[in-house]
Design a protein around this ligand. Structure first.
Ligand SMILES: NC(=O)c1ccc[n+]([C@@H]2O[C@H](COP(=O)([O-])OP(=O)(O)OC[C@H]3O[C@@H](n4cnc5c(N)ncnc54)[C@H](OP(=O)(O)O)[C@@H]3O)[C@@H](O)[C@H]2O)c1
Length: 254
């Protein structure tokens, strides 16, 4: 898909890179020559993923909860020591759970907002201030969700991801003249580890309504991320990777 070695000399951070979509993004970045840091909470699984990914290139692991600002700061120190710079940040870590709005508790709401909106902000703010803005170069890609028609049945994540989508626009303008770009990728329903948290009948029902008549693949999301990492004049954009489902078809049964 891309020219061999096109990411050589680049350093990339992929949050949530131990599994699913993030793992494939990390794998492709390594395959095309980048040095990659993956960061997430479950240390054993994270180390195992980094070992596997090392078959494709230089991969480091850093245990991190993106909601903890001190750990995010420690991660930027780690990257500075190991790699000396950062070129690409992929904010992929995140998650949510299906629930009718009236059944979402205060704790559940705050958990989803904290990880998907606040956590994404903490990592973005830290990496921009430590690396991208002083370097006058950098590129951020946020993985959000398809929230084009709202996210009925998961209103908490819809609100959080719409926040990240809007942040993408604001920061793209603030940082454009400092050669820092920021874009988002909005996946539809992707066959990945994340889907295991949803009832299989819910997934089967919704996959029939996607105009492309199939679920997306992690490879297809990763390719969109790599494209945005290379597209020097694209910023403030959200690229939907959803087989057309933002425009047509039923959503989850609510
Ligand atoms: N699959 C889909 O259909 C789909 C569609 C739209 C959007 N997305 C989004 O795409 C991203 C990846 O999803 P996926 O399907 O690959 O699911 P996944 O395998 O569950 O990936 C989520 C990753 O995020 C990490 N993570 C979660 N909370 C974290 C935290 N507080 N701090 C640091 N890392 C954290 C997890 O690792 P640890 O458990 O080790 O922390 C895991 O590696 C998520 O943001 C998801 O919401 C997925």
């Amino acid at each position: 898909m891309f020219q061999e070695g096109i990411f050589e000399g680049k350093t990339a951070l992929v949050t949530g890179g131990r599994s699913g979509i993030g793992y494939e993004i990390a794998r492709q970045l390594l395959q095309y020559g980048a040095e990659v840091i993956i960061a997430s909470r479950k240390e054993e699984l994270l180390q195992k993923a980094a070992e596997e990914l090392s078959a494709h290139g230089s991969c480091h692991a850093f245990p991190l909860d993106i909601r903890e600002e001190e750990r995010v700061e420690a991660l930027s120190d780690f990257i500075q020591e190991r790699c000396g710079k950062l070129d690409i940040l992929v904010n992929n870590a995140g998650g949510q759970f299906p629930s009718p709005a009236e059944g979402i508790s205060r704790k559940g709401w705050l958990a989803v907002i904290n990880v998907n909106l606040n956590g994404t902000w903490f990592v973005t703010h830290q990496m921009a201030n430590t690396f991208f803005l002083p370097q006058q170069s950098g590129c951020i890609v946020n993985i959000i969700v398809d929230h084009y028609r709202g996210v009925p049945g998961m209103s908490h994540t819809g609100a959080a991801r719409a926040g990240v989508d809007n942040l993408t626009k604001s920061l793209s303008v603030e940082w454009a003249n400092r050669n820092v770009r920021i874009n988002s990728v909005a996946p539809g329903i992707i066959k990945s580890s994340g889907l295991e948290h949803y009832p299989p009948e819910m997934v089967a029902q919704v996959s029939k309504t996607i105009p492309a008549k199939r679920l997306g693949k992690v490879e297809e999301v990763a390719e969109a991320v790599l494209f945005l990492a290379l597209a020097d004049y694209v910023t403030g954009e959200t690229l939907y990777v959803d087989g057309g489902s933002r425009l047509w078809g039923d959503m989850w049964q609510v």
